[in-house]
Design a protein around this ligand. Structure first.
Ligand code: FAD
Length: 374
C-alpha cells in the first residue's frame, strides 16, 4: 500500500486525503488544530465560479469544479451525516458606478460566450428578484448558476467524514519539516519530535504552506486576512447572495442568519478582527441591502486565505523533490475548487498522471521560487 502523509485538514487536504483513500492508499493526515478550523470554516461558503472571474484557465477550473459540487457534497453528507445546505440561489452583483456597469456588460458577454448564464439587469429587474436592494447601483449582474454551502457545517463534516474512513487523523500536532533523501521524500517530522514515514507527502497547509522546513523551493503563498460577521435574520428575506465588485457580500444562510463579508488584508498571521475591517463590511451592508444595516452582529471572526503570488492555485508535483505534491495557494476560491483539485492531486500521487491539465498551476512557475535549501 502506498503510504501518504497529507499536511493540513482544511478543505484542500481533506479532498486530497479522501480521494487518495478511495484509490486505495494508506493515508495519514496531520492537522495542527482541528479539521476545517482555519480558512475553510471561516469562509463564506460560496461555490462561485463566475463572480469576479476573468477569462482564464483558473476560471475554467472553477466552472468544472462547480459542476462537480453536488456529487462531492452528496458524498460528504453521506459519510459525515452532516447537512451542508448546498443551494444554488445565484449571485446578484451590484455595479455601483458607470465604469462598473460598462465592465459588467463585457463580463456578461464573455461569460455567455463560454456557455454560462449571466445577465445584466436594471435596478427594477433586480428588485423583482430581490426586494430591499440599495439605491446606488447603476445595474446588476445576475449569475443564477452560482451556489453556496454552510462552511461551518463543512468544518464539522470534515472531522465526521474522516472518522468514517480508514484515514488516520493526527490532530493537534504540526508538521515542521518535509524529510527527504536523494531527491525523494521519505516522510515528515512533527513538532513533538516524532516522524512519519511516507512515499508521498501532500502539502495542504493553507496560509502556512510556505513556512515548513525541507521544501525544495520558496513557496510564494501568503496569508490574506478576511473578516466576517454574522447578522441576525431580519424582516427582510434575503433570497440570493448580493455582492459588490469591491469584495463585499451578503450570504443568506439556511438558519435565517446572513453572513456579511469581507476584507482582503495583508496582516501576516494575525487573525484578530479590527474596527476598520468591520466598518468596511458594515459600509458594504448599507450600500448593498440597507435594510440589514444597523443590525448587531451575532458573531465576528477572521480567517487567513492562502494566496499565491499570482493569485492562482499551486497544484501538482514538485519537479525537484520526487513524491512532494502541492495543493495550496487557493486564495479566495478554495471552497469552490476542492472537489476536482483533490481528485487531481490523488491521481498524480498514485499514478503520476491526471486527465486534467494541471500544468498551468504547476509549483515551479514562479520566477525565483527555486531555493538552494535542501
Ligand atoms: C473570510 C473568508 C471568506 C472566504 N470565502 C470563500 C468563498 O465564499 N468561497 C471560496 O471558494 N473560498 C472562500 N474563501 C477561501 C477559502 O476559505 C480558502 O481558499 C480555503 O479554505 C483554503 O483551504 P485550505 O485547506 O488550503 O486551507 P485551510 O482551510 O486554512 O486549511 C489548512 C490547514 O492546515 C493546517 N496546518 C497549517 N500548518 C500546518 C502544519 N505545519 N502541520 C499540520 N497542519 C497544518 C491548519 O491548521 C489548517 O487546518 C474564504 C476565505 C476567507 C478567510
Amino acid at each position: 500500500m502506498l503510504e501518504i502523509v497529507v499536511i493540513g485538514a482544511g478543505i484542500a487536504g481533506f479532498a486530497a486525503a479522501l480521494a487518495l483513500w478511495e484509490r486505495g492508499a494508506a493515508v495519514s493526515v496531520v492537522e495542527a488544530g482541528r479539521p476545517g478550523g482555519e480558512a475553510t470554516g471561516a469562509s463564506a461558503g460560496m461555490v462561485a465560479a463566475q463572480y469576479e472571474a476573468e477569462p482564464s484557465v483558473k476560471f475554467r477550473l472553477g466552472v468544472e469544479c462547480r459542476a462537480r459540487y453536488p456529487e462531492f457534497v452528496a458524498k460528504l453528507e453521506e459519510l459525515s451525516g452532516q447537512a451542508l445546505h448546498l443551494r444554488w440561489d445565484g449571485i446578484l452583483v451590484a455595479n455601483l458606478s458607470q465604469e462598473e456597469h460598462e465592465d459588467a456588460g463585457v463580463a456578461v458577454r464573455w461569460q455567455q460566450e463560454e456557455g454560462l448564464q449571466a445577465e445584466l439587469l436594471d435596478p427594477g429587474q433586480a428588485a423583482e428578484l430581490q426586494p430591499g436592494l440599495g439605491s446606488e447601483a447603476v445595474s446588476y449582474i445576475w449569475l443564477p448558476e452560482e451556489g453556496q454551502l454552510d462552511s461551518q457545517a463543512l468544518a464539522v463534516a470534515l472531522s465526521a467524514a474522516l472518522a468514517r474512513t480508514e484515514i488516520r487523523l493526527i490532530r493537534g500536532n504540526s508538521v515542521v519539516e518535509v524529510l527527504s533523501r536523494n531527491g525523494s521524500v521519505t516522510g515528515v517530522a512533527m513538532a513533538d519530535g516524532r516522524t512519519l514515514a511516507a512515499e508521498r507527502v501532500v502539502l495542504a497547509a493553507g496560509a502556512w504552506s510556505g513556512t515548513l522546513r525541507g521544501l525544495p523551493r520558496v513557496l510564494p503563498v501568503r496569508p490574506v486576512r478576511g473578516q466576517m460577521l454574522r447578522l441576525p435574520g431580519a424582516t427582510l428575506a434575503l433570497e440570493h447572495i448580493v455582492a459588490s465588485h469591491a469584495g463585499r457580500y451578503l450570504v443568506p444562510k439556511a438558519d435565517g442568519t446572513v453572513l456579511a463579508g469581507s476584507t482582503m488584508e495583508d496582516a501576516g498571521f494575525d487573525q484578530s478582527i479590527s474596527e476598520d475591517g468591520l466598518r468596511l463590511i458594515h459600509d458594504g451592508v448599507s450600500q448593498l441591502v440597507p435594510a440589514l444595516a444597523g443590525l448587531k452582529a451575532l458573531e465576528r471572526w477572521a480567517g487567513l486565505r492562502p494566496l499565491s503570488a499570482d493569485s492562482s492555485p499551486i497544484i501538482g508535483p514538485d519537479p525537484e523533490l520526487d513524491g512532494l505534491i502541492y495543493t495550496t495557494g487557493h486564495g479566495r476560491s478554495g471552497i469552490l475548487v476542492a472537489p476536482l483539485v483533490g481528485a487531481v492531486v490523488a491521481d498524480l500521487a498514485v499514478s503520476g498522471r491526471s486527465e486534467f491539465d494541471w500544468k498551468p498551476f504547476r509549483p515551479d512557475r514562479f520566477a525565483g521560487s527555486e531555493s538552494s535549501a535542501t
